[in-house]
Design a protein around this ligand. Structure first.
Ligand SMILES: [Zn+2]
Length: 94
């Protein structure tokens, strides 16, 4: 998280925004966990486990709907629909 989600101040790694004093530890933790789940999904995809990757991406998007994660989800959903092997659809909150 480079900027405060409330006031857009640059954070420089801080857990408390210097401008609006927002405590951002929980949001930063959710972002980190979402990225870890997206990384695990990429690993599953590299092994050819599309269904497991889809489950991990859904969880990642619930935690932190990063544009890269959403793009990966859409690519996986589109290719899975073509293959007919994974139930697709937009995850909630994305
Ligand atoms: Zn702020």
């Amino acid at each position: 998280m480079d900027r405060c989600p409330l006031c857009r101040a640059v954070l420089n790694g801080a857990e408390t925004c210097r401008r609006c004093r927002a405590e951002l530890q929980a949001a930063q933790r959710a972002e980190c966990e979402g990225r870890a789940l997206a990384d695990a999904a990429m690993h599953c995809l590299s092994l050819g486990h599309a269904a497991a990757a889809a489950r991990l991406l859904r969880r990642a998007l619930v935690l932190h709907a990063a544009p890269q994660t959403l793009a990966l989800w859409r690519i996986l959903a589109a290719t899975s629909r073509q293959a007919g092997d994974v139930a697709a659809g937009e995850p909630q909150g994305a």
